[in-house]
Design a protein around this ligand. Structure first.
Ligand SMILES: Nc1ncnc2c1ncn2[C@@H]1O[C@H](COP(=O)(O)OP(=O)(O)O)[C@@H](O)[C@H]1O
Ligand SMILES: [Mg+2]
Length: 328
């Protein structure tokens, strides 16, 4: 839903992975992101949910400029990121922080916490050691890694998973970015520290008017980032709404199935995706024609859903769904 104060605007984005045999014979495309439109306002936090393999990480990497889009446009703060030169790309990398799923893999093993946090500043022209130290102290204090001195000379392997992820977040936010892309930031951490890390992210978001794209397969955590939620299926966003509207009134049969698959509706902590009944997610190398969900959908309209890709419908204000059931 486009708006003038969008910080990020993703338009008709496609990211395919080309498969080749012997390195040169093209054998097909994995349509990991296949026509995504998404807008994020300044300071807004949104959640992207969907089963494994639906294209969430590819969407994240394309937004971060780590993977080339096949088609479509990404506009950040009024600038088209695919037309950026080297200097502008450096600026962009500083303005958009990345928090990966695996904090240990994200941190260089032979660098101390201090060195890890100095690096983005050095790259972006902050060379004054006093200024660097000040930023590092502020960053680690905000992430509740105190006393700071106790952590500065530690190597990643000397930290717990939760502490490693705090360092990743500190590194992602040290240049005062406008957007954080957090791709399953707590799914590899112990359950006991997940909430804490999500709360820290939420605090940073509010404190600094940061926009956050929070990617997860775990519905129980979206309420920590509760403005808006988008549901991905087979490389597409099939439903988008405010979190409360979506949880109270899911429209797409897939979203409904996801919510019904939640094993215990009373237990706030067990809202994890169970396998949606009716088969497997689509193979994105050869997705089904029409609506990608139709082979699993108990409400499919014969003669339509298996042939035509659904359009956007808005059955409620600010509630978008790609499903033929909502055609007037
Ligand atoms: N580098 C790659 N080359 C080929 N296919 C890939 C690559 N990375 C991901 N894929 C495929 O793209 C699809 C989407 O993957 P991904 O974006 O990782 O989804 P998610 O993060 O939702 O699990 C999957 O079918 C996956 O196998
Ligand atoms: Mg992923």
């Amino acid at each position: 839903m486009k708006n003038n104060n969008d910080l990020l605007s993703i338009e008709n984005l496609h990211t395919f992975y080309e498969l080749r045999r012997w390195g040169f014979i093209k054998t097909g495309n994995v349509r990991a992101v296949d026509g995504v439109n998404l807008q994020v306002k300044k300071g807004e936090a949104i959640s992207v949910v969907g089963e494994s393999g639906c294209g969430k990480s590819t969407l994240a990497k394309t937004v971060l400029g780590l993977v080339e889009p096949t088609d479509g446009k990404i506009v950040f703060d009024g600038k088209n990121i695919s037309h950026m030169g080297k200097e502008e790309m450096k600026w962009y990398r500083a303005k958009v922080g990345y928090v990966q799923q695996d904090p240990y893999g994200a941190l260089p093993p032979f660098m101390t916490v201090k060195k890890i946090l100095e690096e983005p500043m050095t790259i972006n022209g902050i060379h004054d050691p006093r200024e660097q130290t000040r930023h590092i102290h502020e960053g680690l204090t905000e992430l509740k890694m105190t006393p700071v001195e106790q952590f500065l000379n530690k190597f990643p392997h000397m930290l717990s998973g939760g502490q490693q992820q705090r360092v990743v977040i500190a590194r992602a936010t040290i240049m005062n970015p406008k957007l954080i892309v957090a791709d399953e930031p707590v799914s590899m951490l112990d359950a006991s520290v997940r909430v804490e890390i999500l709360e820290l992210l939420r605090e940073l978001q509010e404190e600094h008017e940061l926009a956050v794209i929070y990617i997860t397969h775990d519905l129980s955590t979206v309420s920590y980032f509760s403005e808006r939620i988008v549901v991905m299926y087979g490389g597409k966003i099939i439903e988008e709404a405010l979190v409360d509207d979506l949880l109270k009134n899911p429209l797409h049969p897939y979203t409904k199935a996801l919510l019904e698959a939640i094993s215990d509706p009373d237990g706030a902590n067990v809202k994890t995706f169970k396998k949606v009944p009716g088969g497997e997610p689509p193979n994105l190398l050869n997705p089904p024609p029409g609506c990608r969900f139709h082979p699993r959908c108990e409400f499919r309209i014969e003669g339509l859903c298996e042939k035509e890709e659904p359009e956007d419908f808005f059955p409620e204000e600010n509630h978008r769904v790609e499903c033929w059931l909502y055609k007037e």
